[in-house]
Design a protein around this ligand. Structure first.
Ligand code: ATP
Ligand code: MG
Length: 403
């Protein structure tokens, strides 16, 4: 079988394969890029596998970087481009369910493809676009099936992360997990406890953002994998409700977390703990909190000017998009219009500064100052007062008098 149209990414990299072959070694495109090209999907990184050992690759290409030499990966710099070239390898005896004890370089493509996780990820392609399919990956690709290479129980026992990878591919590709592979996930789900949260999170986020998240969430729940993911153990029912939301693809990570956490009905401080347990960045946590705050408001009533000001345009639009999952229409253009008409978009645009107020009242800085600026800001945003220095100072004066 030959790939009908070879994507540019492979054509660009063809010279690298030819160069390796000219030195008497085998070289192929492997992994996700071959799978995605066959599925007519855009491809990200082109991975190259070769029978040449890392030292041999370093002699072939004048400019290389040892990015993962222990695993057999060398980065070759060719012109403006860089290519990851990995020596065929086998991985022997996994003692800790996550890392091979030893990596052995081999000269056989078959041995290399055998250690890969799923049949659709174990396809190789030569420089002419000919597909090398030693584990019936093409048939599974055509039937939209995720199937472990070899014995699924052994494969998940070797590396438990593969269970999460299988689930995320089900979502990303809109594929079904084959029965024996699914049964093995069911049997070994508890081994996920051995895998770092960071690695689980990468797969879980891809699962949430995939085009058929429901196809992955249902087995994620049924196999009880969720029980070994941070902070989800007691949320089986909420997860099921989450899987029942309209199955439209979610655009961003923050939106995905926000929808999940909203379904779990977590409070603000619990949201933080949850996201910390999943090792998410403070920026992501902040974004998610904003979205949930906005969503709670917007589901009850239309935006108030101060909500739009506090959230900013990006979060407000993001909240609008989430309304779809609650059966409501998004009013994107209206929100843009209303946001643009706000008198100010940032505190810095206020016609008075903290220093102005300190000088005007001849007082020491303190809590009163922050409170006052906030009140002034709200009044300006709500168009109760014009953003003009004189007006704002007399407004502040009235406030002081009232105290
Ligand atoms: P993506 O499009 O998300 O990058 P991918 O299939 O390329 O998907 P990678 O994590 O980039 O996934 O891995 C590249 C290839 O390496 C896979 O296609 C698979 O053949 C192999 N692989 C990756 N992780 C594992 C694993 N845990 N066990 C076995 N093989 C793996
Ligand atoms: Mg990849």
């Amino acid at each position: 079988m030959k790939l009908a149209i070879i994507p540019d990414e492979f054509i660009q990299a063809a010279g690298v394969l030819k160069e390796i072959q000219a030195h008497g070694f085998e070289a192929y495109f492997v992994g996700g890029s071959v799978r995605d090209a066959l599925l007519n999907q855009s491809i990200h990184d082109v991975d190259i596998a070769t029978s040449a050992y890392p030292e041999e690759i370093k002699q072939i290409f004048p400019r290389t970087i040892d990015v993962g030499i222990d695993h057999g990966t060398v980065l070759a710099l060719v012109g403006e481009e860089q290519y990851e070239i990995t020596t065929f390898r086998t991985e022997s005896t996994y003692q800790d369910f996550r890392r091979p004890d030893t990596v052995t370089f081999v000269r056989s493509l078959k041995e290399d493809l055998k250690r890969r996780d799923f049949t659709i990820n174990a396809l190789a392609m030569d420089v002419n676009g000919e597909i090398i399919d030693l584990f019936d990956g093409m048939s599974d690709l055509n039937q939209k099936i995720i199937r472990a290479v070899g014995n699924p129980k052994e494969r998940f026992h070797e590396d438990a992360l593969r269970m999460m990878r299988g689930l995320r591919f089900a979502s990303q590709l809109d594929f079904t997990i084959e029965a024996d592979t699914l049964a093995a996930i069911q049997e070994f789900h508890a081994l996920l406890a051995k895998i770092s949260v960071e690695r689980i999170a990468v797969e879980f986020i891809k699962l949430l953002l995939g085009k058929n998240r429901k196809a992955a969430l249902v087995p994620f729940i049924e196999t009880e994998c969720y029980q070994y993911c941070p902070e989800l153990r007691t949320f089986g029912e909420a997860l099921l409700n989450f899987s029942e939301l309209p199955n439209q693809q979610i655009e961003t990570e923050s939106q995905a977390w926000a929808l999940l956490l909203k379904t779990m009905q977590l409070k603000d401080n619990q949201i933080r703990n949850f996201m910390k347990a999943w090792k998410q960045s403070n920026q992501t946590i902040h974004d998610v909190q904003q979205l949930i705050y906005g969503l709670d408001k917007r589901l009850l009533a239309d935006w108030q000017p101060l909500d739009l000001f506090n959230l900013g345009l990006k979060s407000a639009l993001s909240v609008e998009k989430l309304l779809f999952y609650y059966g409501q229409n998004s009013k994107l253009e209206e929100v843009k219009e209303r946001y643009s008409r706000l008198p100010i978009h940032d505190r810095k645009q206020l016609a008075v500064t903290g220093n102005d107020l300190l000088a005007y009242f001849n007082k020491k800085p303190g809590k009163w100052l922050g409170d006052m600026i906030e009140t002034i800001e709200s009044a300006v945003v709500n168009e109760q007062i014009l953003n003009n220095k004189e007006k704002l100072l007399s407004f502040a004066n009235e406030m002081i008098d009232k105290e």
